[in-house]
Every structure is written in C-alpha cells, then in structure tokens.
Design a protein around this ligand. Structure first.
Ligand code: AMP
Ligand code: ZN
Length: 497
C-alpha cells in the first residue's frame, strides 16, 4: 500500500512540473484542473457514442473527433488508455423507426452501426478498446436496476420502473440544475427531455402494445437510455472512472442521470472528470436532425470535400469553443492540410547542403514545446496548430534563404510527426479511404483565387528546382480539372478542362 501511494505520488509530482501538467476543464467542478488518473499511468475513459437511428452527422463527429484527440493525446503522454464507447441501439426513436420500417431493432440498427464504424475509419478515429451495444447488455442493466431497488431508489408505476431523484440529494451537481421546486413523484418517460422537465426518470419501460420488449426478472420491457451508459461504463471500467465525455447537450439530463444511477448503486464517485464538447453550429444554430440543418459525412464527401479537411476543421477548433460550420471553413481546412503535406514533401524531396544550422534545433524544440503546452492546456488545439504553422513558415524562410541544412530535416519532421500523432491528417490517403467505403469523389471546382495561389506555389517550387513539389501541385490541379501550361518566357497559363 505504501509502495502504491509512493508510486502515485511520484506520478503526480511528475505531472506537476510546469511543462508536463495536463489540465482539463471539468464540468463537475466548473474548473480547469490538473488531470491525475486514479491508477498510475492508466486512463479509464467512457465515451457516449451515437444513437444509431440514422447516419451520424458532422455535428456528432465534432464530439467524436474531440474524443479521439483526447485519446491520442493521453496516449502520446504515455498513458495506457482504456476507452469504452457505447452504441445506443435501443431508444424511443429507434423503436419507432424500426416499427415504421417493418424490421427488427437489430436489423434496423445494424445498417447504421456499419455506416458509423466506416465513417469513423474515414475520419481516422482510433477504435476504442471496447465498443458496446446496449442491446447486448440488458442483463447488466437489469442487475443495476435491481441493486437500485434493493437500496430503495426506485418505484414502479404501470410496469415501468423510475428513479426517485428526491432520494439522491446530490442530483443536479453536474449540470447545476435547480431541483428545489420539483414535485415528488412527478415522472418523465421520454429518453430525451429538457431542463424544464426535472423529474423522476424511467430506468425500465413497460412495453407498449406491439413494441419490442425483453422478458427479464424485473418484468417485460426495455431499458431507458440513461441506464445503459451507467451499466456498461461500470462493467468494463469499474465503479469509478477517470474521464466521461460527450457533447454539451448530454450534461443534462443524460449525464446527471448516469451519476445518480451509478453513485446511488455503489456509494462511490462515478466519473472524476467530465469533459463536454461545445456544439457545431450552422448559421449559429446547433446542427441537429430536429432543426433539419444536418450534413452527413457522406454528403460532404459527395460534394467533393475530403475526409482530412473535415477532420482538420473539427480538430483544430478547441473543443470547448462553438464552431460555426460553413463551406468556406472546410475549404480553409483543406488548404491548411495541403500546405502541411506540401511542406513535408518539400522537406523529404529537396536536397539541402550538409550540416546543421545552429538556430534550427532550438526553433524545432520551441515548436514542440508550444505544441505541447497548447494541448496540455485543456486540449487547446488552436495553439498547437499555430505552433506547427509558425515552424513551417520559419523553416520555409530558412530554406529560401539558404540557411537550412540536411541535418535539420529530422527534427522538423519529428515535430510534424508529433503533430500528426494527434491530428492525423498528413497521409495523403483521402481517396483510398473513400474508396474503402465505396465512395469515389468528384472534387469541387476550385475558385480562381485558389488556383492562382497554387500556381504561384508551383512556380516558386520550380524556381528553387523542387520538382517533386511542383509536379505534385500540377497533379493536384489536374485532378480538379485545371490544366497548367508553361510558356516559353518562363511564365505560366492555366485553364479549366
Ligand atoms: P446522439 O447520437 O444524439 O446520442 O449524439 C452523439 C454525440 O453527438 C453526443 O455526444 C452528442 O452530444 C453529440 N452531438 C450532437 N449534436 C452535436 C452538435 N451539433 N455538435 C457537437 N456535438 C453534437
Ligand atoms: Zn451515454
């Protein structure tokens, strides 16, 4: 025991050095605080996954990309990450939609699970250690409800079982919701409800005529949405987990209810850090199916946008900042990714004089420090990205000024590799990824200004005899229907095919 405490203390001390301290904003405390996991060097994280009633939209992927950045970042810091993600494959909407389509819940949701996993791969989201379907964990949910009943936290009404929130005084501690005016015994049956509806919520729902149900020791029926996450999180990760995350809309009621269910059952803290991603907006309104302003990844790809542009856009805006989604923002993301890829290809293909320039190693070191400091500060990806672009600009200037040496390539590439361990956009594999999911892409017609910029970049590459880069840009433009003709006087003309 003493040894264990010593080990934890050592890790804490290590994390507390100014460079290494990782801070996350914890919705539970309302503060940005140092992150120290419960078990040394291991992070147990639960991720609220999608409700598979339809294709996930790019707003959902805003949150899923954040969860991937979080995971990759923790791994890059040497933590072993055990991540569990649920798939909500039974809820009010799924039951209605499967019935309307005349198919079983399983058949209905299989299609969207498949699509979701494909979409994740397309966006380079790493697979969590456990992906858990709610309908495969009904027993675990039933057992948890039984435990809550034994402890007096539930009551039954018309065959449904409710959680009595007046028995759990800490109710509201996550979302800071005011429960003072709540009427004892007032109930809500819907899985999704708003803040004006603070009521006892359904753990188990009696079947309506014709509805799918499970025959269980607590009666026939189906689980409420909230119980699934409590049951699956504790099954795979234990009573107390390190990080629980989701979009900000989940804080109430979903996460509040998860805390009530889990902590009432175990008497222990459920999740130590609650991280919530802000919404992706369209015209300053949350992207959501009910508003009708959604775009799926497949729609964006069909319009010619690349997976890497979508990932970069979603990743580069810090997760606690709202992100207004526009075609222009996707185009800027594509340009940023191209700039980075062209830079890497320049470094790898150009010949530099031998030796090392004295100022480069400290310049690359500073970029890595700034990158690290940005991410350690509650995953400030904007600062991290800026650190890399500043490095790219300075290195380009050094190359153009003849100061860059071949011994400088490795440290700069190492900085880009560290960047790509988290952002995962540098491999030029968009077309392959789309093909793998049966999509081929018609690239969008580029605007004149964009073409002029690429043509100028190609001219600059030719001037410095970097033919790999100039050919690459020519190919990029050709793929998008732009033909370049070099004129005899060393100039260049371009035209659309
Ligand atoms: P759902 O499939 O509705 O359960 O949502 C899956 C995830 O997407 C949850 O973490 C939601 O909070 C998140 N989400 C839904 N809409 C948005 C949005 N517009 N922006 C960011 N995250 C969202
Ligand atoms: Zn959940």
């Amino acid at each position: 025991m003493a040894l264990l405490r010593f080990a934890v203390g050592r890790l804490k001390g290590h994390n507390e050095s100014p460079m290494m301290e990782i801070k996350f904003h914890n919705t539970l405390t309302g503060k940005t605080e140092p992150f120290v996991p419960l078990h040394p060097a291991e992070v147990r994280a639960y991720t609220c996954g999608p409700t598979v009633h339809d294709f996930a939209h790019v707003g959902n992927f805003r949150t899923f990309v954040f969860q991937d950045i979080l995971r990759r970042y923790l791994k890059s810091k040497g933590f072993r990450v055990v991540q569990v993600m649920n798939l909500t494959d039974v809820d009010d909407r799924i039951i209605q939609k499967a019935a309307a389509a005349g198919v079983s819940i399983r058949e209905y949701t299989d299609k969207y699970i498949q699509a979701y996993l494909e979409d994740r791969h397309t966006l380079s989201l790493e697979p969590p250690e456990f992906v858990a379907r709610a309908t495969e964990h009904i027993d675990d949910m039933v057992k948890l409800i039984q435990r809550l009943t034994e402890k007096g936290f539930t009551y039954t009404s018309d065959g449904s079982i409710y959680f009595r929130i007046s028995k759990f005084p800490a109710y509201g501690k996550l979302s800071k919701i005011d429960v003072s005016g709540i009427k004892a015994g007032a109930r809500v049956d819907m899985d999704r409800y708003d803040k004006d509806n603070v009521r006892d919520f359904a753990l188990w729902k009696a079947p309506k005529p014709g509805e799918h149900f499970w025959e269980t020791p607590i009666g026939p029926g189906r689980p409420g949405w909230h119980i699934e996450c409590s049951a699956m999180a504790m099954k795979y990760l234990g009573d107390t987990i390190d990080i629980h995350s989701g979009g900000v809309d989940l804080a109430f009621p979903h996460h509040e209810n998860e805390i009530a269910q889990s902590e009432a059952a175990t008497g222990k803290p459920f999740a130590r850090y609650w991280l919530h991603a802000e919404h992706l907006l369209v015209d300053h309104e949350k992207m959501s199916k009910s508003v009708g302003n959604i775009a799926t990844l497949r729609e964006l790809f069909a319009e010619g946008h690349k997976p890497s542009s979508v990932r970069y856009l979603l990743a580069s805006v810090p997760y606690r900042r709202q992100l207004n989604f526009t075609p222009d923002s996707l185009q800027s993301a594509a340009n940023a990714v191209d700039r980075l890829r062209n830079f890497v290809s320049r470094l790898k293909s150009e010949k530099f004089p031998p030796g090392q320039s004295p100022k480069l190693s400290s310049r690359a070191g500073k970029a890595r420090e700034d990158f690290d400091r940005g991410l350690a500060d509650d995953l400030n990806t904007a600062v991290a990205v800026a650190a890399i672009f500043d490095l790219v600009r300075d290195v380009n200037t050094m190359i153009d000024g003849g100061e860059f040496r071949n011994g400088d390539v490795a440290p700069v590439l190492a900085a880009l590799e560290a960047f790509d361990g988290i952002f995962a956009v540098l491999s030029d594999d968009d077309a392959e990824k789309l093909q793998a999911v049966g999509l081929t892409q018609a690239a969008p017609a580029p605007q004149d200004a964009e073409i002029e910029a690429l043509v100028a970049e190609r001219q600059a590459a030719r001037k410095r005899k970097d033919f790999t880069t100039s050919d690459r840009i020519r190919d990029q433009l050709a793929q998008r229907g732009i033909i370049i003709e070099d004129t005899r006087d060393g100039g260049v003309r371009w035209k659309r095919k």
